[in-house]
Write a protein that binds this ligand. Sequence first.
Ligand SMILES: [Zn+2]
Length: 229
Amino acid sequence: MATLVFFGRPASGKGTLAQRLSDDWGYRACSTGQTMRAWAAGPSAEQRALRTAMASGGYGSDELAVRIVREFIAALPDHVAGVILDGFPRDLAQLDAWLGTGADHGIGVIVDTPEDVCRERVLGRMVCDACGWTDHQPVTMCARCGSKLQRRTDDADAAVFDRRIGDYDRRVVPIIDAWTQAGLPLLRVDGTRGVDELAGELLGLLAGLDAPGPDGSCPRPREGVAALG
Ligand SMILES: [Zn+2]
């Protein structure tokens, strides 16, 4: 079973891609928050402690988060094609904890969508006041009821987008750099395309990764990492 670690800017299309792989290709998305909340609902003292920490906005230790995600993956039934981690590891410390466990570290997948395309996807949003349908510029007519779409973007939306893009540059890009330095496999797909093409490209790249090399060996991630960023 493949473990895919997704990276991408806000509105890169990685969420849609994860959904499509889950719906049609036998993958399972792992939401770290949801998985940790489910674990923390259990009866042990450790689970109760995490429940208390999360209730006041905490996350528990990186080692615990890694253990919970590993347990989630290990418990998946055999027919699951792969698991998709999105937003995990969330920072360099958590990546370090993830790589420190020595198990399968997974295959990184960058859904590569330029910032201006992401911005247009978020801020070019058009909404139908009549039926609630949403679309994107340059579409101006509702595909569901035919009403005129209204632009639904204000300064607050732009500020939120700027903050999320800034967070990607500051927090996620260093994770990708460290991932690369650790010699872990990293695939890149073109997020400007439709979700079907995107899924097709990624599945093709994954199939290529599984193919034996010229010497009959499969590409394997290096174990451990000397230094992280
Ligand atoms: Zn409508």
